[in-house]
Design a protein around this ligand. Structure first.
Ligand code: NAD
Length: 252
């Protein structure tokens, strides 16, 4: 079940958190994993973990917001069956405290980064007999989290991008879905707490965990499990949808 043997997968942001867990699981299931990362050291750590476990992974130093870099690397990689647009950054603030620079930075990475990778990947995906795209959205796209104006907007764009791409490339045999996680315990969350709540880390971690109906944060491995299903041949009928992974956050 859920074998990725013989498949070639590009995972952006595979050096940390959710992207790292997906990279490790996909390699374990037999995929050749290509990690596209801004942070080369983080990519190397993921690759070490994969190779020690007997899997295959290659790292590429790249800023997904830079289209020339992305196209060059995707051309070098060649054949791919799976693209996971996972790299993303956060910004805290409502509209009035979001500067033009903040807005541009978030959109360059979260939205243009995903567009760049899709643009570069489509020709190769068209040649695959089991092509699939998975975008990392967020519950911010579904409910508009408090104090996350630009971030929520960027994830809303990912949601719409998923539907548009699924529709336009269905005839080419390419499936496209997104996952919308609620809070997942990764360096992304730890960094946010450390930056904004120095000295109260434990209490804030507890408060954020309890703010989710299930009473805890998600684990990166739980996102990876859903990603594996969505990218496997077993999910051949699944396209054009978003899958919240949220401990009950959106509906309960
Ligand atoms: P993370 O910060 O732990 O990892 C993100 C990785 O992306 C890092 O290794 C970073 O170096 C890389 N990256 C950032 N900018 C890049 C760029 N311009 N080019 C290439 N690589 C870049 O984050 P995470 O928590 O694992 O989040 C992964 C994705 O999941 C993000 O898109 C995030 O918005 C989304 N998400 C996270 C949560 C959460 O609570 N952790 C919830 C919902 C959605």
């Amino acid at each position: 079940m859920f074998s990725l043997k013989g498949k070639s997968a590009i995972i952006t942001g595979g050096g940390s958190g959710i992207g790292r867990a997906i990279s490790v699981l996909f390699a374990k299931q037999g995929a050749l994993v290509h990690i596209i990362e801004l942070n080369s050291e983080a990519a190397s750590n993921t690759i070490d973990e994969i190779t020690k476990a007997g899997g295959n992974a290659i790292g590429y130093s790249c800023d997904v917001s830079n289209q020339a870099q992305v196209i060059d690397i995707f051309n070098k990689i060649g054949n791919i069956d799976i693209l996971i647009n996972n790299a993303g950054i956060a910004h805290v603030g409502k509209l009035e405290t979001t500067s033009e620079d903040d807005f541009t930075k978030i959109f360059n990475v979260n939205v243009k980064g995903a567009y760049n990778c899709l643009y570069a990947a489509i020709p190769a995906l068209k040649k695959s007999s089991s092509a699939v795209i998975l975008n990392m959205a967020s519950i911010a796209a579904l409910v508009g989290i408090t104090d996350r104006f630009a971030y929520s907007m960027s994830k809303g764009a990912i949601y719409a991008m998923t539907l548009s791409v699924a529709r336009d490339y269905m005839a080419d045999g390419i499936r496209c879905n997104s996952i919308s996680p609620a809070r997942v315990h990764t360096p992304f969350v730890d960094g946010f707490i450390a930056k904004n709540y120095a000295g109260q880390e434990e209490a804030v971690f507890e408060k954020l965990s309890k703010s989710q109906p299930i009473g805890r944060m998600g684990k990166p491995e739980e996102v990876a499990s859903l990603a594996l299903y969505l990218c496997s041949d077993e999910a051949g009928f699944v396209t054009g949808n978003d899958y919240p992974l949220d401990g009950g956050f959106v509906k309960l």
